[in-house]
Design a protein around this ligand. Structure first.
Ligand code: FPP
Length: 261
């Protein structure tokens, strides 16, 4: 057939980003994808550069992947940018990431708005530099009316700390007589998590080759499908995202139940 090569593959273009959707079931796209952006340091080291160069490149990759995910119909991307444990890193690296975040949240607002991206944050504000907190508030305010994909950035985030925070909030309401212990169910817990109102991730992606959860969204990933690749995050492309979604679409999600055959 003359036109086979031309029409075989459907392509969608977002700015200069090309997403090859061949083989994807567009009716079964994960609503929420969580990403542990790992491998920045190793990526930089492999090319004789300082680790922070990898973080800088990792921030660029995130922009590309958010746009690609949006074009595919993903509704939420939760990206792990800085964990409660990352404070243990050398102060120069911590400072670099804080400055990078601050710059990112200033420079990318226009692009977020041009692409209808709503920015949200999960994590504790305690210990974050004042300037980062201000930029976070600014980003929330400036993008709050956007109706496209939600970029949910995890900053100073830890899954255990999040659950503790929720437990404290619930205990306070019980102590003050505003909540009956018998009424505490999954929904009550979820309403007290940083992710309140967001759907649970359907798919968790971890580049960089390690097979760990690293304290990310512990409650929320109860039934998420996990996909990993040895590729370091700075080298992660829309094609990797499509591969992850293809793998997701090949899984049978049972949520603890059985599927009739
Ligand atoms: C893990 O790679 C990555 C981090 C701890 C930080 C992630 C930060 C970014 C992608 C940049 C900041 C994000 C934004 C949105 C501005 P690693 O350092 O653990 O890499 P390694 O495992 O190779 O050492």
């Amino acid at each position: 057939m003359v036109f086979k090569g031309l029409f075989q593959t459907r392509r969608k273009v977002a700015n200069n980003i090309v997403v090859d959707t061949a083989g994807l079931d567009m009716n079964n796209i994960p609503e929420h994808i969580a990403i542990i952006m790992d491998g920045n340091g190793r990526w930089a080291k492999a090319q004789g550069k300082v680790r922070t160069f990898g973080h800088q490149q990792g921030a660029e990759t995130l922009k590309t992947i958010v746009k690609a995910a949006d074009k595919l119909g993903v509704k939420v991307i939760s990206a792990y940018a800085f964990s409660t444990e990352n404070w243990k890193r050398p102060v120069t690296e911590v400072n670099f990431i804080m400055e990078l975040l601050s710059r990112y949240l200033t420079n990318e607002i226009q692009e977020f708005n041009d692409n209808n991206v709503q920015v949200r944050f999960i994590g504790s504000r305690e210990g974050l530099p004042e300037v980062v907190k201000q930029k976070m508030d600014h980003a929330i305010e400036e993008t709050k009316d956007n109706t496209g994909i939600i970029l949910n950035l995890a900053i100073n985030y830890g899954g255990q700390a999040e659950i503790l925070h929720a437990v404290q909030g619930i205990a306070r309401e019980v102590a003050e007589g505003r909540l009956d212990v018998a009424k505490i169910d999954n929904q009550v817990v979820e309403d007290h998590l940083y992710t309140a109102g967001l759907p649970a991730p359907d798919l968790l992606i971890r580049p960089g080759g390690d097979l760990r959860i690293s304290n990310f969204l512990l409650w929320q990933i109860a039934y998420a499908e996990i996909w990993t690749t040895k590729t370091y995050w700075p080298d992660f492309t829309p094609d990797h995202l499509v591969d992850a979604i293809l793998a997701y679409q090949g899984r049978e999600r049972r949520f603890g139940g059985l599927v009739e055959k």
